[in-house]
Every structure is written in C-alpha cells, then in structure tokens.
Design a protein around this ligand. Sequence first.
Ligand code: MN
Length: 357
Amino acid sequence: MKRRDLLKGAAVAVAGTASSKFIHADEEKASESGQRRALGKIALEEHFLIPEFVDYFSETYPNINPEIRKFGTSVLQDLGNKRLEIMDQNGIEFVVLSISGPGVQVEKDAAVAKRRAKAANDFLAAEIQKRPKRYGGFAHLAMQDPAEAAAELERCVGELGFQGAMINGQTNGEYLDLDKYSIFWERVAALGAPIYLHPANPVDRPAVYEGHSELWGPVCSWAFETATHALRLVFAGVFERYPKATLILGHMGETLPLNLWRFDSRWLVCNRGSRTLAQPPSFYIKRNIAITTSGVCSDISLRCALDAMGNNNVMFSVDYPFEKTDLAAQFIETARVSETERSQVASGNAKRILRLT
Ligand code: MN
C-alpha cells in the first residue's frame, strides 16, 4: 500500500510534463529508495577524528596512499550535514561512531592516553546528544591501564549511552589476552558491551613484509594481525572465563570464518604448551565473536561468513570514509542471501548485539 502511494506520488509529480519513459524511471527510483529505507541499515565501523588525534592517525601513513591521508583533516572531522547526507542517500539510519585509529593505542605516556581518550569520549557524547537517533558511539579506551579502561568503559556505556568500545589492536606491544586485562574482560562481560577489535600495526615489522609496502596495511597485514589477536583471546581462554563477553571483528571477520574447521583440526595436534580449552576453538569463535561486512562487498565472502559464523553474528558496516558507502549499501541491498538474512545483517543483528532497542 505504502509503495503504491509512493509510486503514485512520483508519477503525479511529473505528470503532464514528462514522457512515460521518465515516469518509469521515477517509479524505479522510488521503489529502489523504498527498499533501501525499509532495511533500516545500521553501520558500526564508521570513523571520525578530532584535531588532537590527527598525529596518531598519521601513524597509518605508511599503510595508505596520500589521497586517503587527507581524510584526517577533512571528511573524518565532519559530523554534520555531509555525513548525514551520505547516510540518507544510502538508507543508513544509524551509525556507531568511533575514532579513526590507532588513537591512544600508540601513546607511550599512559597519563596522556587516559586524558585524551576521556576527552574524545566526552566530545563524541556531545555529538551524539545533538543527533541521538542517527549517532551512537564506541568508547575510545587507554588500554595502558586495564582497570581505568574498565572504569571508562563503564562510564561511557552507563553514563554516556555508548554501545561498547573500539580498540585499535595492540597497545605498546601488549595484546588483550594478557592476564592484566582480566579486570577489563570481566567488566566487558558484566556490562554486556561488545568490544570492536579494529586493525592496526604491530610494534615490529615482520620480514615477510619487507620490500612490499602494498602488503603492509589493508591489503594483507592488518587482517592477519587482527585475526591473530582475536585467536590469542580464544586460545588463552578469555571467552571460556567470560562467556558473556562479545568481540566484534570487521572486514568479514578478518579471514577467520574461512578457517574454523582447520582451527579445530590443528588445535588437536599443534604444540599447545600448557593451554587447554573445554570446547573446540570454533565454539568460542561462533559464540563470542560477531563480525561486520565492513570493506568486503562480496557475495562469496558473505555466504561463507553467514554459514560459518551463523546468521545471527554478521552485521552490516561501511568503514566510512575509507570505503564507498554507496557500494556497501548496494551490496547488502542486492546480496544473494535470503530476505531473512538480509534483514538480520542490515539491522536486526546489530539491534540485538548493540542492545539498540
Ligand atoms: Mn576501519
């Protein structure tokens, strides 16, 4: 009924002045935008920057081309009409905003890291208050101090209304499976606030990347660094100890969905030292890790992700402004999946996992 009214309106608007060809084109356009709106897309790897964080962002310059470096002082700092216009054009109802990495994850001075993370969170909270129906937030956390990171997460979720936090990889060479982070995971589980583990560089540069700057970054190294970080959490038993903790990975799961069978198979014969797990690794990956489609617009990858991770665990995202919003939106609108899966990926799973309703 609604669609028919919309089409009728479009036809009336051009009646008398346009040929039937134009009316037909208008009908198609109206129908298409109606479908886009109906999906009510939610995206959760959508970045912004504040001037104080441009220096941290410059750490990624060796990973990206010079054109993209300019984002730090332009599109990333816009939280107004331009960003909203792109969301509207592509039927994205709600985005969870996060600082573009690496942020304070590369800050050497813990006191500075804590102060700046807190300031970034306060800034984001004020922006969300201006547009609470369009913007949510992931907290930026100084992992240099696990207890204070836990407290800041609690403040951001409890007082500022954020959905969880985004952490940009290792912090000064330390990964989140270390014992010192137990206090943090305990709070994550208690709050039910998901942690989005976002790609970043390791502290060293392994020899395998030497002479291949194209592999150092989004083509290759970021995915393996992030996947390995997530596997450290799985094999260290973090999700066994905190069954209610949720980790989110972008980029269609940073290669993990393809390899679940092999993780289980080779875990049985690898040199596991003193490590034990009550369940196969894939059990924790499927139970405790959710993924987003950010930066991967491939039917083949999406089918694999849905089948491997479960259709409850895959969520739409763009990775704005580093990926094209129209391409990502069109991808989920037309992906070769069932309508139930499309709806779950576009918004349903995010509503549940981020507790948006
Ligand atoms: Mn990103």
